[in-house]
Design a protein around this ligand. Structure first.
Ligand code: BG6
Ligand code: MG
Length: 212
């Protein structure tokens, strides 16, 4: 087998929390009268909460103080967490669960590499709390994607070299992080059209073809 582990991004790969991030940021942007659309939102994929806010505020017509920014980021997270309360095991699709089980049952390690500080909350809501061999997330990193730190921490926990691992991402920032860290990469959604993506996927089921 070519890869000894698959490191999955969470938001937009395992589940569709990317939509909830969008809805929560949209409320903040509307409240502040700041332009925000899907294109701006795509730049937030894989990027930490505070860095996401900085990107949104590029469209603002006035500077914001550090204190205002931390209030906005906190408010966004409260809105986001309320939306997460709607999530259940039903938000893990059969397709994704099937792909995960198939990979794990063939003896390949499975891991999470996400910038989110809400990773463990989300994994427990969708019934994957104890599923992965390791979970590397926003709580154990200093630098978010496109820095490779989150994936390097996952590989280290698995005692594997980056080149033995395949990263699965929906974000360009995540693919760049994988590339910089020396990992192989598969991209879905926005990341499937990105030139650095080694294996473009049209759906998660396609991931199994990479292992044939
Ligand atoms: C990433 C998302 O997974 O997590 C980003 O793609 C998000 O959009 C980042 O900003 C941080 O998430 P959280 O849950 O810590 O605010
Ligand atoms: Mg993502």
């Amino acid at each position: 087998m070519r890869f000894k582990a698959v490191i999955f991004d969470l938001d937009g790969v395992i589940c569709h929390t990317d939509q909830y991030h969008y809805q929560a940021w949209k409320q903040i942007a509307d409240q502040e009268n700041v332009f925000f659309d899907e294109q701006v939102n795509n730049r937030l994929r894989g990027v930490s909460r505070m860095e996401s806010l900085e990107i949104i505020l590029e469209q603002a017509d006035r500077p914001y103080t550090e204190e205002e920014k931390s209030v906005l980021a906190e408010t966004k997270n409260e809105i986001y967490k309320k939306l997460l309360k709607n999530m259940t095991r039903a938000d893990l699709t059969e397709e994704v669960k099937g792909v995960l089980d198939n990979i794990k049952n063939s003896g390949i390690k499975v891991a999470i590499g996400s910038s989110s500080r809400n990773t463990k909350l989300i994994l427990s809501r969708i019934g994957l709390a104890d599923y992965f061999h390791t979970v590397s997330d926003g709580t154990n990193i200093q630098r978010s994607k496109p820095d490779p730190e989150v994936f390097l921490k996952a590989a280290e926990a698995l005692k594997l070299a980056p080149e033995e691992c395949l990263v699965v991402e929906d974000a360009q920032a995540g693919i760049i992080a994988a590339h910089r860290g020396g990992f192989h990469s598969a991209g879905i959604g926005e990341a499937s059209k990105f030139h650095l993506t080694e294996y473009p996927l049209s759906c998660m089921g396609d991931l199994l073809n990479v292992f044939e």
